[in-house]
Design a protein around this ligand. Structure first.
Ligand code: CA
Ligand code: CA
Length: 202
């Protein structure tokens, strides 16, 4: 389960030097490296109208130099869900684009390390708040409900990979994280899962 990974790493400090594949950072060759952390970690089909928050840290293509997240160009967007590509919200296609007015920059975690410890690198906090309005002319809409709409057929408890794309200084970056789909009644959910979900970072 993704939720336990941070705790495991925190307990085994030596492992921090190792960047596991699940921490994100997958990107096309030559592009910038990026790591993403998506919240909420659990998406419930019965509570579809909610914001998706993505924390992103950026690095040079060789991964050695941290890059200022404040300079990421407006319009970070969700570029695929479970491998199904989504169009960029470029005015011609209705994609899932960040609500730019809700963007912020905070250092609350080490995204690449996958742990909730500030690491001196402010994350770009992209928020997908507004539900899609179906109009390509409005580029900053699409939220968790629109992601869930692509996942309705998934078995309960399955994880889905969500990828985010953006641009910084003329170069592109992409990173992915996984979320878990809940599609059964809230009454059936173990109490522990509800508590964990409530403890998510904003
Ligand atoms: Ca950070
Ligand atoms: Ca729109």
């Amino acid at each position: 389960m993704p939720r336990s990974k941070g705790a495991v790493l925190a307990l085994t400090g030596a492992a921090l030097l190792f960047v596991p594949a699940w921490a994100g950072g997958r990107q096309s060759e030559g592009a910038l490296q990026a790591s993403c952390s998506i919240r909420p970690r659990l998406l419930d089909v019965r509570r579809a109208a909610q914001a998706l928050v993505v924390r992103i840290e950026l690095f040079s293509s060789d991964g050695l130099t941290a890059l200022p997240s404040e300079q990421v160009e407006p319009g970070v967007w969700i570029s695929s869900v479970t491998g199904v590509p989504l169009p960029p919200p470029d005015g011609r296609s209705e994609g899932i684009g960040e609500s730019l007015a809700a963007r912020s920059y905070e250092d609350l975690m080490d995204v690449r390390g996958g742990i909730r410890v500030p690491n001196g690198l402010p994350e770009l906090v992209a928020r997908f708040v507004e539900p899609s309005d179906g109009d390509p002319a409005t580029k900053d809409d699409g939220n968790a409900g629109d992601v869930l709409a692509m996942l309705m057929g998934m078995p309960d408890g399955e994880s889905a990979e969500v990828c985010i794309t953006g641009r910084l200084n003329g170069s592109s970056f992409q990173c992915c994280d996984s979320i878990t789909v809940r599609n059964r009644g809230l009454r059936d959910l173990p109490r522990g899962i509800l508590l964990l979900e409530g403890s998510d970072l904003p």
